[in-house]
Design a protein around this ligand. Sequence first.
Ligand SMILES: *Cc1c(COP(=O)(O)O)cnc(C)c1O
Length: 418
Amino acid sequence: MERQPARQAGKPLFEKPLEGHYPGATAMGAEEAAALSAVAMARSPFRYYGLDLQHQTRSFEDHFARYLNVRYTLGVTSCTAALFVALKALQLGYGDKVAVPAFTFLATAGAVVSAGAVPVFIDIDDSMGIDPLDLDRKLAADNEIRAVIIVPLLGYPCDMAALLAVAAKHGVRVIEDVAQSCGASYAGRKLGTFGDIGVFSFQMNKLITAGDGGAVVTSDPALFIRAVRYHDQGIFREQERYGLQSPDEADAFAGLNFRMSEFTGAAMGAQLVKLPDILRRMRIVHDLVRGELQARAPQLRLRKLYDEEGCAGCYVALVLPTPDIAQEFIRALAADNITSYLLYGGMPLFRRDIFRLRRTAEKDDFPYNYPFRNPIEDPEQSCPCAIDLCPRTVFIPISPDFTREDGELLVTGILSFF
Ligand SMILES: *Cc1c(COP(=O)(O)O)cnc(C)c1O
C-alpha cells in the first residue's frame, strides 16, 4: 500500500489520541444541568412523592416509550437491575436455565446467576451476536432452558428474524439486553421491542447516560405489573397512570428496590432528546468508514451487519486473520493515535473464572446445585466460533464528535496496515 502523506512526515495520522468513547457524556451540558437543577430547586428527588414533585422520571419513561414504540417502560437503577427484574417478571429462577451469548458483558450472565438460574452459553456468529443455529441445537437438546437473552453488542443488531423464529419454535421467552445499542433497530423496529422484555443501561459507557441507570420495557401488561412490583418492594403504584388494575391481595409478592431517582430521570430526559442526533452523527462516520473499507479493500473481513439501516454506528469492527495480527493491528493504529481494542480482552465470557469455576456468593454451590436432568454442554467444546473470533476481532470506537475528515483518516490508518 502506498504511504500516506501524513505518515511521511513521521507524525501520527491524528495529532492526539481521540476522545474517550462516552457518546452521551460527551453531549452532556446545559440541558442536563437545567433538569437536575429543577429537581434540586423543587426539593423533590424521589420519583413517587415530594415537596413539589417534577415527575422527571415519569416524563422520561413516557418519552422513552414513544421513542421505542413500546407500551410500557420502567426506569431502574442499572441494566443489571433491569435484567434481574426482567428475569423475575418472567418468573425465572432456581431450577431454570437461561441461554446467553458466549460473548457479552459479565452482567448478562451474572444477573442470571444472581437471580438463581443457570446460564447456558450459546455460540456467536459473524455478527458477534448469538448464533440462531447453535441456539436451535441447544434448545432442542435441553428443555430445561426456559429463556434466551439476546445481546446486540456495540450497536449491531443480531440475526433477529432467525433468533425469534427459533425461540418461538421451542417456546422459550426472549429478553433483549440492549445495554450497548440504545436506539439501534432491526427491520425498522427498535431493538428491545422484539422479545418479551427489553433492558437498557444508562451507565457511563453506554450511548446515553446518567452515570448509572437502566430501563425495563415491555408491551405485555402482566409482565409490566410484575416488573414494577419486583423493582419496588412488591408494590404497584400509579396503577391509574397505566390504566392497569392489580390488587395487592391477589398479586403482590416480595421484591427489592431498584427505583430510579428523579435526578437520574431528569438527566435521562435530557439525554434522550439528544439520542437521535448522537446516533445520526456516529452513523455518518460509521457508514463512511465501513463503505470505504468495503469499496477499497473488499478482501478485508468486517463484522457482519444484519441491518445496514439499523446499527447505532458507535463502532466499526474488523476480523483479523489471527490473534497475533490483531495485536499488531492494534499497535499500528495506536501509533496513529487511533483507539482500538479487543472487546472484553478478546475472551469469551465462559472462560472467565466467575463462570468457568462457577463462583457465586452463595453457599452450597447455589444455584448450580439444582438437580437438572440434562447436562450442560462444555462451552469449550460447543462454542468454537466465540473461541475463534473473540481474540481476533478489533473494535474501533466512533465518537459523535468525529468529522468526515476524521472518518477518512480512520480509513487511511486502517488501510495502511494492510
Ligand atoms: C453494561 C452492560 C450491562 C450492565 O449495565 P449496568 O447498567 O452497568 O448494570 C448489561 N449488559 C450488557 C450487554 C452491558 O454492556
